[in-house]
Design a protein around this ligand. Structure first.
Ligand code: PPS
Length: 429
C-alpha cells in the first residue's frame, strides 16, 4: 500500500541505511525475522491481533481462505484482515491509546481512493503552496502513516514528530485510535467510487510484494472485493461508517471524493485549505493545482514510488503506481453482468444511506455542475441542501431519478442525518 514506503524510510533512518539496500523478503525471511515472529506470537494479546490463517471459520470459506493465503504473513486486527509486512502487531496493539493532538491532520481512505493525491495537496497547503519546499523530500517523510511502520518503535517515532503532524491511515473507523474516533483533530476522508477502486486495487495487488504480487484473474479478484475479503475489509463498511461519522462531526471531518478532485481540483484545494484554516492566495492555489495534476504526479519521483529505499516493495513491470488516474476505468474490466451484480450489491448496502455513488464521468460532471459538490458536506451543507432542494423541484426527474433508487437524494440526507451510530454500522464489529 501507499503506506509502506513510509515504513521503509522510517526504518532506514532508524537503522542507518541509505540507498536501495533493504529488501522486504530479507526483512521477513531472515533467521532474525523468524526469531522475532516466534517472540511476537508468544506475546500477542489475545483477541486483538491474530495470524489470519488461524481463523477457524476459513475452513468453511475456501474462497476467503484462498485470498488470505495469498497475503504474506496476513493478520487480523480486531477481526479485520491486514497485511503482515510492515504492520507490526505491537503497533496495532498500541493504537487505541495512541495520543492525538488537536493540531494533527489525518487523511483516511480505503486503499486506492486518492490517498497519495490528497496527501500531496495537504502537504502543500501546509507549505503555503510553495512547491520548492516539497520537491526534494519524499512524501512519506511529510505525511506519516499510522499503522504501517518500522518493525520497532514506530509509535514512539510518531510521538516524536513535531506538530502539526500530517498523518494517514487506511484503518476502518472502529480500529482508529480512541481519541481520533472522538474527533479530536481535523480528518479528511477520501472516497472513490467502488468500481474504480476495485480496479485500482486489483493492479495494486499485482504490483505489491506485501499483497503477494497476486496473479489472480480479475473475475476472482472482483469476487473477493464484493465479498469484503480484501486487506482492510469491506469497502462498504469502511465508507459508510466514516460517512456517518462525518455527519456527526461536521466541523472536524471533511468528506471528499476522488471524483470531485478530478472535476474541480482548484475548488477542492480551496475548500480543503479553508477546512484546515490555512487559506491560500490564488497564486498558491494555482501552484498546487499545477503540481498535483495527474501528469505532474506521474513523473514526480517524490510521490510516484519510483524512488524508494527498498528494492522489492513494488514490481513496476506489473503496474505503475500512478496508473491511469481517471474516472470510469472500471468499464474496461467489468463485464455487463459483473456490473449489474455490483450495482445490486451497492443498492443493498447503500439503501439506508444518503451517500451518493457516481460511476459515470458524465453523471459526476452533471451532479457537480448542478450542486457544486458530489457529496454534501459541512460547512456548506445547509446551503447546498437548500440549493439541491430547489433544483430537485425544478428538475422533474431525469438526472436525479437515476439516484433515487439508491435513496441518495437530498431528501434522504435529512431522513438519515444523525440517526445512526457509525460504529454500529460496521459489520465487522
Ligand atoms: S494507496 O496505495 O492506497 O495509497 O493508493 P492511493 O494513492 O489511494 O490511490 C492510487 C490511485 O490514485 C490515482 N492518483 C491520481 N489520479 C488522478 N490525479 C492524480 N494526481 C493522482 N494521484 C494518484 C492513481 O493513479 C491510482 O489510481 P489508478 O486508477 O490505479 O490509476
Amino acid at each position: 500500500m501507499q503506506l509502506l514506503p513510509s515504513a521503509i524510510t522510517s526504518y532506514n533512518h532508524s537503522v542507518g541505511f541509505s540507498g536501495k539496500m533493504l529488501s522486504l523478503k530479507l526483512l521477513y525471511n531472515s533467521p532474525l525475522a523468524t526469531l522475532l515472529k516466534g517472540w511476537r506470537k508468544a506475546n500477542m494479546k489475545e483477541d486483538v491481533v491474530k495470524p489470519a490463517l488461524e481463523d477457524p471459520t476459513l475452513e468453511d470459506d475456501p474462497l476467503r481462505r484462498e485470498y488470505v493465503e495469498s497475503i504474506p504473513e496476513a493478520q487480523t486486527f480486531r477481526g479485520v484482515l491486514l497485511q503482515g509486512y510492515l504492520v507490526p502487531p505491537t503497533v496495532l496493539e498500541g493504537l487505541d491509546d495512541f495520543e492525538i493532538r488537536d493540531d494533527d491532520v489525518f487523511i483516511i481512505t480505503y486503499p486506492k481512493s486518492g490517498t497519495t493525491w490528497t496527501e500531496e495537496i495537504v502537504s502543500l497547503i501546509y507549505q503555503g503552496g510553495d512547491v520548492k519546499r516539497v520537491e526534494k523530500e519524499l512524501l512519506v517523510y511529510r505525511v506519516h502513516h499510522l499503522e504501517v511502520g518500522r518493525p520497532f518503535g514506530h509509535l514512539r517515532y510518531l510521538r516524536k514528530v513535531k506538530s502539526p503532524r500530517l498523518m494517514a491511515t487506511h484503518l476502518p473507523l472502529p480500529l482508529i485510535p480512541r481519541q481520533l474516533r472522538q474527533s479530536k483533530c481535523k480528518i479528511i476522508y477520501v472516497m472513490r467510487n467502488p468500481k474504480d477502486t476495485a480496479v485500482s486495487y486489483y493492479h495494486h495487488h499485482k504490483m505489491s510484494t506485501f499483497l503477494g504480487n497476486t496473479s489472480a484473474a480479475w473475475d476472482k479478484f472482483l469476487e473477493h472485493f464484493m465479498a469484503g475479503h480484501l486487506v482492510y475489509g469491506s469497502w462498504f463498511d469502511h465508507v459508510l461508517s466514516y460517512w456517518e461519522f462525518c455527519k456527526q462531526h461536521p466541523s472536524n471531518v471533511f468528506f471528499l471524493s476522488y471524483e470531485e478532485l478530478k472535476l474541480d481540483l482548484p475548488g477542492m484545494v480551496v475548500r480543503l485549505s479553508e477546512f484546515l484554516n490555512r487559506p491560500l492566495a490564488p497564486e498558491a492555489v494555482d501552484a498546487i493545482v499545477r503540481h498535483c495534476n495527474f501528469e505532474s504526479m506521474k513523473t514526480n519521483k517524490m510521490v510516484n514510488r519510483e524512488v524508494l529505499p527498498i528494492t522489492d516493495l513494488f514490481d513496476m513491470t506489473k503496474s505503475k503506481f500512478m496508473r491511469k488516474g481517471i474516472i470510469g476505468d472500471w468499464k474496461n474490466y467489468f463485464t455487463e453482468s459483473q456490473s449489474e451484480a455490483f450495482d445490486r450489491l451497492c443498492n443493498s448496502h447503500m439503501s439506508g444511506s444518503d451517500l451518493r455513488l457516481v460511476f459515470e464521468p458524465e453523471d459526476a460532471e452533471n451532479l457537480f455542475t448542478t450542486f457544486g459538490r458530489i457529496i454534501y458536506n459541512h460547512p456548506e451543507r445547509t446551503q447546498e441542501i437548500e440549493v439541491a432542494t430547489e433544483v430537485t423541484e425544478d428538475y422533474e426527474g431525469d438526472e436525479l431519478s437515476a439516484y433515487e433508487p439508491r435513496n441518495c437524494g437530498p431528501q434522504a440526507f435529512f431522513q438519515i442525518y444523525l440517526q445512526s451510530d457509525p460504529l454500529t454500522l460496521y459489520s465487522g464489529d
